[in-house]
Design a protein around this ligand. Structure first.
Ligand code: FNR
Length: 368
């Protein structure tokens, strides 16, 4: 069976580049500043290498992993991508991403910035467990309402993104005044929320401009460690903090009740000048001890996934690649990208003599 979209990232990106409208492309492909950190994220995988083991029966591989009591078929999940709606022509890219999750069994972390309400996204994920990513609004009541809705919709963890109380310096978007989130069509989690609606003079359907202004005023609470008791108390679901890269922050987060640490630099879209995320992973893993570490930023292939696992990640997020898959082929396109990444990871384990992820971790990866 031929894959729906190219199986290597370079060709995939080139094809998406040709297919996407310029404002969508610059939003998804672009990063911060001169994109040094974004480039480093992917390039840094090239200085980590693995050593194969021989005479190990790898006719069957087990890629499964345990996360928050869930048995997942592989360590791969779909990282939260806001404004995913615009990746498909019908503007329902969020539902297509959820469908790709259902098709592949790869969990989706649904973003707060969505063109379809989180309940509809959850319904499309079928039996595959999903996570909800929270951009914490300044209004605590609204934050609590979003979390309650995510719980009711069946999401299995709340992932709070810490690095985006304000959007980073993104020249591609700034030069063209391209801010897709301000077109309102991606604010459906807010527009459908009873707490958000109760603060408006007129419903968003009648006065979308006022609703967008209200959203801009409420987006992006500045979180500090003093907010952790509130965040922790908001939900009984596993609480994951996204954007943690410093070992001291890892220890503090765990002391204050985090169930998972998500090592990521937002794919180089928030702060330029930061070192590659994969280079920070070993320090995060060491500080986290038995607390699971999720990782993203720079994953482009199955080989990258296995390297991240070798460096201690319990779960590994794919970001831009599945967006390009959505752009080229909707749910099937994204599923095809995920299947290619999984197939490469599985085959790499087969030929490298690693039958399980524990074997991958035991083998480790070395800086070359
Ligand atoms: C993101 N990312 C992101 N993260 C998050 O917590 N909430 C969000 O809404 C978004 N939105 C978003 C949009 C787009 C277009 C991209 C590319 C990324 C960051 C995302 O979860 C992840 O950290 C990065 O995508 C990882 O980098 P790579 O591997 O995709 O380059």
């Amino acid at each position: 069976i031929l894959p729906t979209v190219p199986v290597d990232f370079a060709t995939l990106e080139k094809r998406a580049q040709a297919a996407l409208p310029p404002h969508v492309l610059s939003y998804v492909q672009g990063g911060c500043g001169d994109e040094w950190t974004q480039d480093q994220n992917a390039a840094a995988f090239r200085h980590w290498g693995m050593v194969p083991r021989m005479m190990v029966d790898c006719t069957r591989r087990d890629l499964s992993t345990e996360l928050f009591g869930l048995k997942l078929p592989s360590p791969v999940f779909m990282a939260p991508i806001g404004v995913t709606g615009i990746m498909t022509q019908d503007l329902h890219g969020d539902l297509a991403a959820a469908k790709a999750s259902a098709l592949t069994g790869v969990p989706l972390c649904a973003s707060t910035l969505s063109n379809d309400p989180l309940e509809k996204v959850a319904a499309e994920q079928g039996d595959t467990p999903g996570f909800f990513q929270l951009y914490t609004p300044r209004n605590k009541e609204l934050a609590e309402s979003l979390v309650r809705r995510a719980e009711a919709a069946g999401y299995k963890a709340i992932i709070v993104t810490l690095d985006t109380w304000v959007t980073g310096w993104r020249p591609r978007d700034l030069n063209t005044a391209n801010f897709p989130q301000l077109r309102g069509a991606v604010l459906m989690n807010y527009f459908s929320d009873p707490v958000f609606r109760s603060g408006l003079a007129k419903p968003p359907e009648q006065d979308p401009v006022a609703a967008i202004q209200a959203w801009a005023a409420v987006f992006g609470k500045v979180l500090t460690w003093d907010d952790m008791p509130w965040l922790r108390g908001m939900t009984k679901l596993p609480l994951v903090l996204k954007g943690i890269c410093h070992p001291d922050d890892v220890r503090r987060a765990i002391d204050l009740g985090a169930d998972g640490i998500y090592c990521s630099n937002h794919g180089g879209r928030q702060a330029n000048g930061g070192i590659a995320a994969i280079d920070m992973l070993p320090g995060v893993v060491e500080a986290a001890g038995s607390t699971p570490v999720l990782f993203d930023s720079g994953i482009r292939s199955g080989t990258d996934v296995i390297k991240a696992v070798a460096l201690g990640a319990r779960a590994v997020g794919v970001g831009r690649p599945y967006s390009y898959g959505l752009a080229l082929g909707g749910a099937e396109g994204a599923a095809s990208v995920l299947r290619a990444i999984l197939a490469e990871a599985d085959l790499l384990m087969a030929v490298n003599g690693y039958p399980t992820l524990d074997a991958v971790r035991a083998a480790g990866a070395q800086r070359t």
